[in-house]
Design a protein around this ligand. Structure first.
Ligand code: SF4
Length: 371
């Protein structure tokens, strides 16, 4: 117990904001006496209380598209693997760089050690996250580290290769569409990592992308999507977009809808632009009324709903490998936890891989039978 109390003291000195959870949480008075500045204390397995405390003391950021600042509490069979902190981009709608600073990549040896420990502890799926996964290592010039004594570069492709050897599912999130992203497609095709890419495109109009300070070439994106699908036909591409950015004209919004129809993305999230205190985009002229933003979001989601539904329907009759999250609910390679749909069936146990024959699809989920 002394060790845990010391750890709380250390965390308070280092960070200042500490929430205590787990077995020691039942000794509330003891902790409060020794460490009165602890923000909250909860008992073991009390996720709702932890989340309540986290949100009370660390307000959620403006929108899920930047929602990386937070605490991820996960069931034992999947885990988030954070590979870096901060970001070198300066997207005008985002304040993460001003809060978190420039990109700082964790050394590859350290990331791989954590990944291995997680897999040894029973984790079946690793969700690679950061603010910009494809930039991994750029801050340390892709420094060579060691993974089991083997020289390995601190670089996304090398990381994916190493993670692909662990025997767990590996899912990539927040991949900025740099050219070298193409290098991981063969790893997906070989089944080393999941054929899933979460790439936030944000918009398709070159002018709006420029105002957002995002890479601006929708044509190239379409071309690359085509190449990715050629290299790995099973790939699932998820993306997020912002509608109602300051100055977005009706024509530019239509351009976005047309991109959406051509891109045929599997999963899409859409956010109405909302000014965040301190974001450069707030200074841009042409802020749109709330009802215009809402209407555009509805139209955007309507357009995508038809595409997603068609994509899901194409899976009826197939047998998919799923990771069971709880009895009756699992996820295939196409479904990231919390943000995508699920596969529903009767039976199964949390944490096991099962094959499910898909009988039908609804707007978001698939339904089938365990094989
Ligand atoms: S890539 Fe852009 S949106 Fe993402 S964290 Fe960096 S600045 Fe923010």
């Amino acid at each position: 117990m002394q060790e845990s109390l010391d750890a709380i003291g250390e965390a308070l000195t280092e960070n200042g904001k500490v929430i205590v959870t787990g077995c020691l949480g039942v000794k509330r008075n003891l902790i409060k006496n020794i460490h009165p500045s602890v923000l909250a204390i909860t008992g073991p397995h009390d996720t709702p209380a932890v989340m309540k405390a986290v949100h009370a003391h660390l307000p959620k950021p403006h929108d899920p598209y930047t929602d990386l600042i937070g605490v991820k509490l996960t069931p034992p069979h999947y885990a988030y693997l954070k590979i870096s902190e901060g970001c070198n981009h300066r997207c005008t709608f985002c304040i993460i760089p001003s809060m978190r600073g420039d990109l700082v990549s964790r050394p590859i040896g350290e990331v791989m050690q954590e990944a291995e420990n997680l897999v040894k502890a029973g984790v079946k799926e690793l969700l690679v996250i950061s603010q910009d996964t494809s930039a991994y290592g750029v801050d340390i010039r892709y420094r060579t580290g060691f993974v089991h004594g083997k020289p390995t570069k601190t670089r996304m492709t090398d990381l994916c290769k190493s993670l692909g050897e662990l025997g767990a599912w590996v899912r990539l999130h927040y991949v900025y569409p740099y050219p070298h992203v193409d290098e991981v497609i063969p790893l997906m095709a070989e089944g080393k990592i999941l054929p899933y890419l979460d790439v936030p495109f944000q918009h398709a109009s070159p002018r709006i992308l420029k105002l957002m300070k995002r890479p601006a070439n929708a044509e190239k994106v379409l071309e690359r999507l085509g190449e990715w699908r050629k290299g790995c036909p099973d790939i699932t591409v998820r993306s997020t977009f912002i509608v109602g950015f300051p100055g977005e004209t009706e024509a530019e919004f239509e351009e976005l809808l047309s991109f959406l129809k051509q891109a045929q993305l599997d999963r899409v999230g859409c956010f109405e632009y909302s000014p965040v205190e301190g974001a450069a985009a707030n200074e841009l002229p042409g802020a749109l009324p709330e009802d215009v933003k809402r209407h555009r979001k509805e139209k955007f989601m309507e357009t995508q709903a038809a595409i997603s539904a068609r994509k899901l329907k194409a899976k009826v009759g197939k047998t998919l490998k799923v990771l069971v999250d709880e009895a009756g609910v699992g996820r295939s390679s196409a479904d990231a936890p919390e943000i995508d749909g699920v596969v529903r069936f009767k039976g199964g146990k949390a944490g096991e891989f099962r094959n499910v024959h898909i009988d039908r699809a609804d707007a978001h989920d698939l339904h089938g039978r365990l094989q």
